[in-house]
Design a protein around this ligand. Sequence first.
Ligand code: BDR
Ligand code: CA
Length: 312
Amino acid sequence: KRKVIIDCDPGIDDSLAILLALNSPELEVLGITTCSGNVPAKLGAENALKALQMCSSLNTPVYIGEEHPLKRELVTAQDTHGEDGIGENYYDKVTDGKLNSNGVDFIIETLKNNKDVSIIALGPLTNIAKAIMKDKEAFNNLDEFVSMGGAFRIHGNCSPVAEFNYWVDPHAANYVYKNLSKKIHMVGLDVTRKIVLTPNIIEFINRLDKDLAKYITQITRFYIDFHWYQEKIIGCVINDPLAVAYFIDRNICQGFESYTEVVEDGIAMGQSIVDSFNFYNKEPNSIVLTDADEKKFMYMFLKRVFKGYEDI
Ligand code: BDR
Ligand code: CA
């Protein structure tokens, strides 16, 4: 099993990513850390518990991390994910889940106490930047780092050029690209925009597992309305689970190595600058994913998360 920390900001698609990770036998999820992004870090952590409860994994520890981006004011995405971060519908209280604090310290300690821990980051990179600032050496034990974020050839989703996670904390994102000793697997909008959860798939899910279908229908309704209102798409783009799927199976996304930086201020704030033609003549610090096999992804997601799938 590969040891991983999931760093996230749940979030509707983060919640789906947690379901996929906890149903994947290849992974040992050592903990989930949250930072502020889609919603404030504490609310995100409560949502992580709800996702864990949905897959009977409340024994996985959840740690609240950084409440604010490094330098910018926090701008959440509650217009996209709902006031509660999960579609303003699923308010059931988690009774037996417990939250921990100090997410950054958890990341550092986990890296120090284990060999070959990987991090799958599904939100802004604030926790990761802080952890590197605090203890860069701990990252010598890091195995792989996958980040859902950025955009290469595609329009942004927060500005014409910026993707949300890097836009929320551009200083953290740039710091991580410049200071991580490992290449960052950038699972950006180029690939995640291909992953659309359609009403048809949700209807299909309904046939597989009523409980999970209720949860997914409730948390995605708001997101589906948002996509229709914003871009006239039927269904919703689920970015984060693709990063988990790619971590498990490298055939799900293809890309190339490149040097990448993130713009910290100004009109292009949060843009990932991918030097695909090597103008800067710098060592590659990233693997930028550009192609995704959406059918392979959807098959993996449905097969793993919904137990009834095998009976069809
Ligand atoms: C990213 O932004 C968030 O709203 C999603 O959870 C995802 O991580 C997509 O740009
Ligand atoms: Ca996210």
